[in-house]
Design a protein around this ligand. Structure first.
Ligand code: XMP
Length: 520
């Protein structure tokens, strides 16, 4: 559990697809919150966490099923406000003596309108501004009998108990999802809830910076730390923050694994050397990585190989600086959130992100991860707070395994060269058209397929490439960027003319989910 000393709100996760959005809405209100799966929330955990309020998330189960999850009963005995969302509402009703049924009302999915009842509830004053409010519903079950002490404060055509509350105990429960985009005024409901719970909005980047610095000093003492620098926003912010905390006890290691983009090594080294006085080792390990990856095809094997080699390189340099005891990484909150699995087992591994999974047990160094509580946009805010140049804070994310995961199928050096050039032309186009800042991430992928083309009077038989560009807030969900056809046409022409080895260009229009942002 984190040691952050702010007012804390606990989100108990029952497995909804949108639980992370609850955290986002709350963090936007400067409220510190953490998501924990219901299985992990024991009485001892609650005592240690000491939440000032609790939110019960939605989830796919039905409280009518005998094995469906519950909140620990002690959540309702803490004396703090509790807000139940969708499945969380039904859990609250069931556990406090109400009843839920499948037959009363009908299922409701998508847009609905909630009308206020005649009772007045402070929490809703800002919400029901002018009559019925649009909400987003996703439920099959409905509350049939209210738990003692509860009253109805809002109804929708198919949810007679759309909003219920026991104002005396500060228990509130809604059938809809106020955290999603399609509940346009939903944030004001969270705002009223946290205000009522007494949160003062003390989760600011200025406060975070001070506290993180104190904690890094406490954790590290007078030991030496090395920080793996990738040139991305996360590891750069982590490095600058740690340097502020412990000065030259920090050495950064920039590993060039031969999987970087065109010109990237020079850009990162000059940005650090021109702006900061942080000891920096440039480890050119191209040979080590590329010979290990040569001919490798399986995505997880690629990731694990790269993760292991990174650690080998860090360990080598930890020795070279006289024995670093700590390895710093820019791990973010979305990388460490445990998601709920209803099969009872651990949730499925989609990909082994190298800065979370894949660290060998034998690693001697302990981890320093000062960004573990932050979402990506919060890291950017912290970077600004620390004075990093805007050109750096606004950089698109770039994954640790680099171009290796943009080369599906066999990795070979010639393919990496082709990919690097295609990617450079694509990004140049995006910058020239002034689109860089509108896009979360854009890159080229070289496909493991050759196609026939005709150039001049000759036949070609070259690789196809895919272009990817997505919009996103935190990388957890994403949509493809709607480039104009002119832009796509011009970019395809440039790539085919300027990149030997590519004769066909496609544009990937998959959202996440069901796709992921990277191809591997
Ligand atoms: P996916 O492909 O999982 O990517 O939708 C979400 C975001 O994470 C980045 N990513 C990584 N970052 N190490 C990293 O530091 C990794 O192993 C890794 N894999 C994916 C990806 O670029 C996107 O921004």
């Amino acid at each position: 559990m984190t040691q952050i000393a702010h007012d804390r709100l606990l989100i108990i996760d029952f497995g909804s697809q949108v639980t992370q959005l609850i955290a986002r809405r709350l963090r936007e209100l400067n409220v510190y919150c953490e998501i924990h799966p219901f299985q992990n929330v024991t009485d001892a955990f609650l005592t240690e966490f000491a939440p000032k309020a609790v939110v019960l998330s939605g989830g796919p189960a039905s409280v009518l099923d005998p094995d469906s999850p519950r909140a620990p009963q002690s959540v309702f005995e803490l004396g703090v406000p509790v807000l139940g969302i969708c499945y969380g509402q039904q859990v609250m009703m069931t556990q406090l003596g109400g009843e839920v049924s499948r037959g009363h009302g009908t299922a409701e999915f998508g847009r609905a309108y909630v009308t206020p009842s005649n009772n007045r509830l402070d929490l809703l004053d800002k919400w029901f501004k002018a009559g019925p409010e649009q909400v987003w519903m996703s439920h099959g079950d409905n509350v049939r009998a209210l738990a003692p002490g509860f009253e109805v404060f809002g109804t929708s055509p198919n949810a007679p108990c759309a909003i219920v509350a026991d104002p005396a105990r500060h228990f509130y429960a809604v059938q809809f999802h106020p955290e999603v985009y399609h509940t346009p005024n939903g944030a004001s409901l969270y705002e009223a809830f946290v205000k009522l719970a007494g949160f003062t909005g003390d989760w600011t980047m200025g406060a975070y910076r001070e506290e993180a610095i104190r904690q890094i000093r406490e954790q590290v003492g007078d030991a030496h730390v090395i920080c793996g620098l990738s040139g991305g926003v996360d590891s750069s912010v982590a490095a600058v923050l740690i340097h502020e905390a412990i000065g030259d006890q920090l050495t950064c290691v920039f590993v060039d694994h031969g999987l970087l983009r065109m010109g990237e090594a020079d850009q990162v080294l000059s940005m650090f050397r021109d702006n900061y006085n942080i000891p920096l080792i440039h480890a050119d390990e191209t040979e080590l990585f590329l010979s290990a990856l040569d001919g490798m095809s399986d995505p997880e094997t690629k990731r694990k190989t790269i993760g292991k080699l990174f650690i080998d390189v860090f360990e080598k340099h930890a020795k070279s600086v006289g024995g670093a005891k700590f390895l710093a990484q820019g791990t973010l909150y979305p990388d460490v959130i445990e998601s709920v699995s209803f099969s009872g087992g651990p949730s499925v591994t989609i990909k082994s992100h190298h800065n979370v999974g894949g660290l060998p047990d034998r690693m001697d160094m302990k981890l320093v991860e000062p960004l573990r509580e932050l979402f990506k946009d919060e890291v950017r805010a912290l970077g600004r707070e620390l004075g990093l140049p805007e050109s750096f804070v606004g950089r698109h994310p770039f994954p640790g395994p680099g171009l290796a995961i943009r080369c599906p199928g066999e990795i070979t050096r010639p393919k990496l060269e082709i990919l690097r050039l295609a990617d450079a032309v694509y990004l140049d186009q995006i910058r020239k058209h002034g689109l860089y800042d509108e896009i979360w991430q854009a890159f080229a992928v070289i496909l493991p397929v050759r196609t026939v083309g005709v150039m001049g009077d000759g036949r070609t038989y070259d690789f196809a490439c895919a272009l990817r560009a997505v919009t996103s807030v935190d990388g957890m969900t994403a949509d493809y960027y709607p480039f104009s056809h002119e832009f796509l046409g011009e970019t395809a022409t440039r790539i085919i003319n300027e990149v030997p080895g590519i004769n066909r260009v496609t544009y990937d229009i998959t959202s996440k989910p069901p796709g992921t942002i990277e191809w591997e």
